[in-house]
Design a protein around this ligand. Structure first.
Ligand SMILES: Nc1nc2c(c(=O)[nH]1)N[C@@H](CN(C=O)c1ccc(C(=O)N[C@@H](CCC(=O)O)C(=O)O)cc1)CN2
Length: 292
């Protein structure tokens, strides 16, 4: 058996075409979805990601403003900027690129974003609504993973999903979304003893560990679906995931590559959330017309 490739690049293209159609529909009502991206510091990977977000927005007919600051920016200065963006009627989505420099409290900053504009889905209100299955902006990487699984018609009900990683932006939320689709979910993390004894039971294995090519075939059950969320550099400086892609080929049934798997989905889902925010804003405006 050779694993089938889950092509995130192709699926993300399909999603972006659908988003563009929604942008064109909003343009008929003279609305241009607007995304504000805030970057603090000079992290080169973060700079690449925010540039890609801006480029994608523009390609889909959306507005994107990049607000870039040195890593000496104070927490108060950042909070003031967010306050300004919260009240800007032309901005439908606000995103603060993570990680932030250490003098800035990430939770405080995320909590300051209006939940109506929280297109990253990181605000505690968005997280709470997601947890109880109510309408919310879903965090882009976990949402992208769910879209990939759905596009490849991978059945989740009754399946055992093992998530390695417990970050707020990937590990914790992907477990909840899988649970909502009736998977049985196990969380593993850096303190888990005998990791392989858990991962070998996984029908669906989500690797978000942050260690280059850590998962090889000895961690994988025959026929498992592997989703690689890792973004690392190998010994030659080449981009690679948490999974040893070649080594799992004869064991897994499906596997995502890095690059070209989960990463492009993250940006496509962000575009979807931003358009959704603009659509909801229009709906609110129309509703308030009726009330008057
Ligand atoms: N505010 C946020 N910060 C961060 C998020 C996030 O969703 N919101 N996620 C990550 C970084 N990230 C988006 O911001 C991201 C990472 C990777 C990719 C991607 O497309 N990767 C490509 C490879 C890119 C390359 O060549 O370097 C791929 O996997 O094919 C997109 C977005 C942390 N911060």
């Amino acid at each position: 058996m050779t694993a089938k490739l889950i092509d995130g690049k192709a699926v993300s293209q399909k999603i972006k075409i659908q988003v563009k159609e929604r942008v064109e529909k909003l343009a008929q009502q003279e609305i241009i979805p607007g995304l504000a991206v805030v970057l603090v510091g000079e992290n080169s990977a973060s700079l690449t990601y925010v540039k890609n977000k801006k480029k994608t927005c523009e390609a889909l007919g959306m507005r994107s403003d990049l607000h870039q600051y040195p890593d000496t920016l104070t927490e108060q200065e950042l909070l003031s900027k967010i306050e300004e963006l919260n009240t800007d009627p032309e901005i439908h989505g606000i995103l603060v690129q993570l990680p932030l420099p250490k003098q800035i409290d990430e939770f405080k900053v995320i909590s300051a974003i209006s939940p109506d504009k929280d297109v990253d889905g990181f605000h505690p209100i968005s997280v709470g609504n997601m947890m109880i299955g109510k309408e919310a902006f879903l965090p882009c990487t976990p949402h992208g993973i769910m879209e990939l699984l759905s596009n490849y018609e991978i059945d989740l009900a009754g399946k055992h999903a093992v998530v390695i990683g417990r970050s707020n932006i990937v590990g914790k939320p992907i477990g909840q979304l899988l649970l909502q689709k009736d998977a049985t979910v196990t969380y593993c993390h850096s303190k888990t003893n005998d990791l392989a004894s858990f991962t070998k039971q996984a029908d669906i294995l989500i690797a978000a560990i942050g260690r280059a090519k850590f998962i090889d075939h000895t961690y994988v059950k025959s026929g498992a679906v592997i989703i690689d969320v890792g973004m690392n550099r190998d010994e030659n400086g080449k981009l690679c995931g948490d999974v040893d892609f070649q080594d799992v080929q004869e064991t897994a049934s499906f596997v995502t590559p890095v690059p070209g798997g989960v990463g492009p989905m993250t940006i496509a889902m962000l575009m979807g959330n931003t358009v959704q925010s603009a659509e909801k804003d229009l709906q609110r405006q129309n509703n308030s017309k009726y009330v008057k």
